[in-house]
Design a protein around this ligand. Structure first.
Ligand SMILES: O=C(O)[C@H](O)[C@@H](O)[C@H](O)[C@H](O)CO
Ligand SMILES: [Zn+2]
Length: 304
């Protein structure tokens, strides 16, 4: 097995929950969010410059839109963001009259957005149970609710042949698999691909953000574990563990010119600042892992 190198790519850029990394191939930039700081970040890997746009609500996902701008998950809304002016145009609101907010989201190969919600989070990984749901936003902006009763809607990934969608609900500690109908944007036949319930919480934490490599293996950021795990979705077995020097590892995406660098976001939330300064000074940074001997495919953008 190749031995990986972990570096700090963007030091301490997030002050709350770094999340939602999306590699923009065209500009060789990393988009990501700092959920409770209400900030969307764009880091240019060529110049090293990190710029951000401050919004008016929690921002949990950012995906470029083919026709310009970005889709963001803003509180309970999905909205369009124009970077230069900071203009926000709402597309839809879900889970009205609840304390929910959007969490992770990603586009499929047709450019539909899949994104889910979660109930009010009292402290990290403690939420109002089963209050969230998984939604899809079609290219004509139709919203469909697929799965109610979700605790913390999190990572999404599709196999290269688009026959299977993987989806994480963090609290049951499951990576689910579904048959995926790309033509109609529909999921069916839910089953469990990876189950983390048998494992020690300090070692595995809870599964959070996820990506897939060109060999169909899953890379899952495990919150609380300070680690990214590589799983085989066929067997559910652990193939590799990459330790990250911050415990609240939230999400991952492939980046770099060859899409063989794994970018990892993490949080700095729920504990006193003195703790972080002393024990986890790099919390809130974005890390880059190289030498994994694996790579990804370009991320899809919103086509609507
Ligand atoms: O990053 C996320 O997906 C959530 O927004 C966070 O709140 C934490 O990761 C969660 O508490 C652990 O799953
Ligand atoms: Zn997450």
């Amino acid at each position: 097995m190749a031995s990986p190198t972990v570096e700090t790519a963007i030091k301490n850029s997030c002050s709350t929950i770094g999340e939602g990394p999306h590699w923009d191939d065209a500009s060789q930039s990393l988009l990501y969010v700092d959920i409770k700081a209400l900030d969307v970040h764009r880091w240019n890997s060529v110049t090293g410059e990190d710029t951000k746009v401050h919004l008016k609500d929690t921002v949990s996902l950012v995906v470029p839109r083919r026709w310009g701008g970005y889709i963001v998950g803003l509180g309970r809304r999905l909205s369009l963001l124009e970077w230069e002016t900071g203009t926000v145009t709402d597309i839809t609101e879900v889970d009205r009259e609840t304390g929910n907010r959007f969490n992770d989201g990603k586009c499929d190969a047709k450019g539909r957005l899949w994104a889910g919600t979660m109930g009010f989070e009292v402290k990290p990984a403690f939420v109002e149970p089963a209050a969230g749901a998984l939604y899809s936003l079609d290219l004509d902006r139709t919203v469909k609710k697929w799965l109610p009763g979700i605790h913390i809607s999190n990572g999404l990934a599709w196999t290269e042949d688009n026959q299977t969608m993987f989806y994480i609900d963090s609290i049951p500690k499951k990576v689910y698999a579904f048959d995926y109908d790309l033509e109609n944007g529909a999921i069916s036949k839910q089953r469990t691909a990876v189950d983390l319930t048998p494992y020690d919480i300090d070692t595995y934490g809870v599964p959070d953000g996820m990506t897939i490599d060109t060999e169909g293996k899953l890379w899952v950021a495990c919150f609380g574990a300070g680690a990214v795990y590589k799983f085989d979705p066929e067997t559910g077995k652990t193939l590799q563990c990459v330790k990250i020097p911050a415990k609240q590892t939230t999400s991952v995406c492939w980046g770099g010119k060859n899409l063989d660098e794994l970018y990892v976001t993490c949080a700095r939330v729920g504990k006193p600042e003195e703790y972080y300064l002393k024990e986890e000074p790099l919390a809130g940074s974005v890390f880059r892992v190289t030498g994994l001997g694996a790579k990804g495919r370009p991320a899809y953008v919103y086509e609507g």
